[in-house]
Design a protein around this ligand. Sequence first.
Ligand code: PLP
Length: 385
Amino acid sequence: MTPGGSIGTTIGAGGILSVDLDAIAANYRTLCQKTGNHCATGAVVKADAYGLGMGAIAPVLHDAGCRQFFVAIAEEGLALRALMDDAEIYVFNGVDDESAAEMAAAGLVPVLNHRGQIETWQGEAKRRGKALPAVIHVDTGMNRLGLNHEEAGALGRDKTMTEGLDIRVVMSHLACADEGTNKKNAEQLEAFGKALEALAPLGALKATLANSSGIFLGADYHFDLVRPGAALYGISPLADGGQASGPPPNPMAQVVRLQGKILQTRVIDTPSGVGYGASHQAERGHRIATVGVGYADGYLRSLSNSASAIIGGIRVPVVGRVSMDLITLDVTAVAEDETRPGALVELMGPDHPVDVLAREAGTIGYEILTALGHRYERRYHRSGA
Ligand SMILES: *Cc1c(COP(=O)(O)O)cnc(C)c1O
C-alpha cells in the first residue's frame, strides 16, 4: 500500500470505503469563506489525509486553490512533493539529522520546535550555502512542542540564533479550540500575541494559530494562515462545543461512507450468546447478520454492543463483540431479502456520521478516520456537492 493513497479494488473485501472528493472541495471552500480574503487557508494532510488517502485528496485541494499543505513527518512531505511542485509543504514534527538533506532538496519547510531543530536546519543551510525556509513554533500553553516564551524572546533579541534561515511563519497550536467557551483559548491568543511581538525583530513574519476548530473561534484567531484538517474530512469542528445541550449542528459536509458486506445471516433457534465471550444473548427467532469488517479494519473493538448501523433505512444494533474480521448485527427488524449475503450495511456515512460512530466508540472522529484499515475496497467519487 503506497502512502500516496490506494485507489483500486481488494479481492474479497468485506467493506467499501467511499470518499466524496467534491465534499472535501466544498468543505475547503466553506473554510475559505469563513476566513475571508485576508487569510490563506491551508490543508493538513498528515497521516495519509486522516486515513482517507493523500494521493487522491491533495490534488483535489490543490485544484480548489490550496497552496499551503501541512504534514507531520518528512516522509509524508516527500510523497506530497511528488504530487505537486508548486505548493508550500510544512512538516509539523520538524527536522532531524536523518531527514535534513532530503527535506531541503525537496523544498520542504520544517516547523522548528526547539533549539536543536533550529541548529540542525542551520547546519543544512550552511552545507548548501543558502538560506533555508522555516517556521518557528512557539508554545502558548499546549506543552507539547515549541519554544517557550523565554526562548522566543532570546531568538528575537539575537539574530545570530537564526542566521542562515529564512523564517517565514510563526506558529502555535490551540489546546481547547473545540470548546468555544473555554477561557484557555483567549489565554493562548494573548500569549501568541506576545510571542509575535518578541519575534518581530526577525522581520515581517506571517502568523498561524488556528486548526479547524480555531477557525470557528472568530477572526481574532485567523491571522495570516489557518491549518484545518479534520473539518475538511467532515469531522465537526464544533463537536464538543462546551455545551450541555449536546453538540451544535455540523457545518461541514460528510465525506466518508463505510459500507460493510453481509457474509451470512442466521436465525437463532435456541437462545444463546453471540460472538466471543457470549457478551450478547440473542433471543429465539432473532436474526443475526455477520458482516466482514472488524477491528483489524479500524472498526474499533470499543464499538462492541454499543454501535449501530443502517440497512434499508432501518437502524440496527451491533450485538456481541467486534472481532478481528467480523461484526454481528441484530437485523430482526429488517426484511429478509435485504439481509442476504452480499447486501451492504452502512456503518458510517451521511445517516451515521463519523462523529456519531466516534461517540459510540467513546472516542473522536479523528481516531475513527485514521484507524480505517487497508482491506476495504476504496472508491473515490465526485458527488457534485
Ligand atoms: C493536526 C494539526 C492540525 C489540524 O488540526 P485539525 O483539528 O484536524 O484541524 C493543525 N495544526 C497542528 C499543529 C496539527 O498537529
